[in-house]
Every structure is written in C-alpha cells, then in structure tokens.
Design a protein around this ligand. Structure first.
Ligand code: HEC
Length: 161
C-alpha cells in the first residue's frame, strides 16, 4: 500500500490543480472503496482512458491546448484510478507512464505539436507494454487516425474580438 501511495504521488507530480467543477460532488478516488461505493470495472476505466487518449490527440492536432490539457488530466486520473483500485496491475507499468505524461504536458505548455506527437507515441507504447505484460496484448493501441466523435469540435474556441 505504501508503494501505491508512491505511484499516486508520482502521477500527481506536475498535475494542475483541477478546477472546482471536477471535484464537486465526487467521492475521493484515492480512498479505499467501501461496499456502498461503486467500483468501476477495470475495462470500463480503460474505455474512459481510451476516449481521453483519442480526444487528447485530436485536441493537440487542432492546437486546442486548453482542451489537450484537460484531456491529459482526465487520462491521468483514469490511470491513477486503475492503479489505486486494482492492485494486481504491475507497479512498474504504471510508473513508466509518468515520463510520457510529463513530456506531453511540457509539449502542451510549449505549444509544440511535434513534441506533442512524439510524446503521445511514447504514451501509446506505454499502454501497449502494460497490455502485453497483463496478457492483454490483443488490446493494441495506436495513435488515432480519425475521430469517432463527430459531435465534438476539437478546434480552439473562436476568441471574441
Ligand atoms: C498499468 C497497466 C495498463 C496501462 C498503463 C494501460 N492499460 Fe489498458 N488495460 C489494462 C488491463 C489490465 C486491461 C484489461 C482489463 C480487463 O481485462 O478487464 C486493459 C484494457 C484496455 C482496453 C480494453 C477495454 C475494453 O473493455 O474494451 C482499452 C481500450 C485500453 N486498455 C486502453 C488503454 C490505453 C489507451 C492506455 C494508455 C493511454 C492504456 N490502456 C494503458 C492495463 C493497462
């Protein structure tokens, strides 16, 4: 459990303080789940992570850095949730995600799409490494090609004059 705390600390490093809206009314994800609390299935957490992985990419591609920051934060929260709730997940495979997450964050801060694209590639390799370790190598993640989210525009919002 001590080690888990360490991972959580690692993943939290450099994270932006989430706006109040993201916290209001939510249970503390780092608390141990009680019987009354709904514990999401790992596959469902991963589906959320996948959604954020896709949206992160299209946000960065459209240079909507604000959205990219948001999606990265959501993605990180998903990985964190998986690590905290599912102790069977290998620790090393979670900690190796810290580096690419930080690189993406740095690229977003620098508004540098080239660096962003490279870092997303590294993050994606990290997804697959863990899947392979966990006998889930058949869940092969790649940098997305087309957005399945036709109801969401990834372009930065038009600034009012
Ligand atoms: C530390 C380990 C680990 C990391 C890192 C990880 N995953 Fe997973 N992922 C898993 C495990 C374990 C499963 C299988 C869950 C199950 O069998 O219920 C899984 C399953 C999935 C699935 C299948 C979900 C479904 O039900 O169809 C998707 C999609 C997925 N991961 C996406 C990602 C993406 C995208 C990333 C990287 C941003 C990622 N994962 C990083 C461990 C990980």
């Amino acid at each position: 459990m001590k080690l888990r705390g360490y991972i959580v600390a690692l993943l939290m490093v450099g994270s932006l303080e989430p706006p109040a809206i993201a916290q209001s009314g939510q249970s503390n994800l780092s608390a141990s789940p009680t019987n009354e609390q709904y514990v999401p299935r790992l596959g469902d957490i991963m589906n959320g992570v996948q959604t954020r992985h896709i949206k992160l990419w299209f946000a960065g591609k459209a240079q909507n850095w604000e959205l990219a920051t948001y999606e990265l934060r959501q993605l990180k929260a998903g990985l964190l949730e998986a690590a905290v709730l599912y102790e069977g997940i290998p620790v090393s495979n979670v900690t190796t995600m810290t580096k690419p997450v930080q690189s993406i964050s740095d690229a977003i801060d620098a508004r540098d799409f080239k660096r962003f694209a490279k870092a997303v590639g590294e993050l994606t390799d990290g997804c697959n490494s863990c899947h392979q370790t966990m006998q889930r190598g058949f869940v092969a993640i790649q940098v997305p090609t087309t957005s399945p989210f036709s109801d969401q525009s990834f372009a930065p919002p038009q600034k009012k004059p």
